[in-house]
Design a binder for this molecule. Structure first.
Ligand SMILES: N=c1c2ncn([C@@H]3O[C@H](COP(=O)(O)OP(=O)(O)OP(=O)(O)O)[C@@H](O)[C@H]3O)c2ncn1[C@@H]1O[C@H](COP(=O)(O)O)[C@@H](O)[C@H]1O
Length: 111
């Protein structure tokens, strides 16, 4: 996957806003509403954490990769439901690129 893949997913999520709920998983979640989408984000976050915990002992990364993909996908769906362009998150990460986390936190707490 590249950043381009996330951009393509964002485009599909936007297009699904006009789709019938029974025709698509994404459309069905839009139809159920933001609370259901947030529930899925929470569920996928927990599943990712559990998979990561197991992976450190088993050294099998398959599940953690699968669950992280679910988490990223549902997080993008959350942004889309709130009409936040995924590009704004890409821009924020780009802005932070090369900036140490410690320096970034110091800049935030000074202002
Ligand atoms: N990347 C994904 C993607 N990742 C995960 N999922 C779905 O997310 C769900 C994950 O939920 P769970 O693991 O809890 O499984 P579940 O039991 O099916 O879910 P629940 O019934 O419990 O809600 C599964 O149904 C997956 O199929 C995805 N569904 C869609 N996409 C992308 O979105 C596009 C549009 O999808 P549709 O709207 O369905 O055409 C697709 O072409 C993909 O690119």
């Amino acid at each position: 996957m590249t950043a381009h893949t996330l951009e393509r997913i964002a485009e599909v999520l936007e297009a699904r806003k006009n789709a019938a709920p029974e025709s698509s998983y994404v459309a069905s979640l839009y139809h159920k509403g933001l609370n259901k989408i947030l529930e899925k984000v929470g569920e996928e976050a927990v599943e990712t954490i559990l998979a990561a915990k197991d992976a450190q002992y088993s050294q099998d990364m398959t599940e953690v990769i699968y669950e992280t993909a679910d988490l990223w996908f549902h997080s993008m769906l959350m942004l889309s439901a709130l009409n936040i362009p995924a590009q704004q998150v890409f821009d924020e990460l780009e802005r932070r690129f090369g900036l140490s986390g410690h320096a970034e936190k110091a800049a935030r707490t000074e202002s």
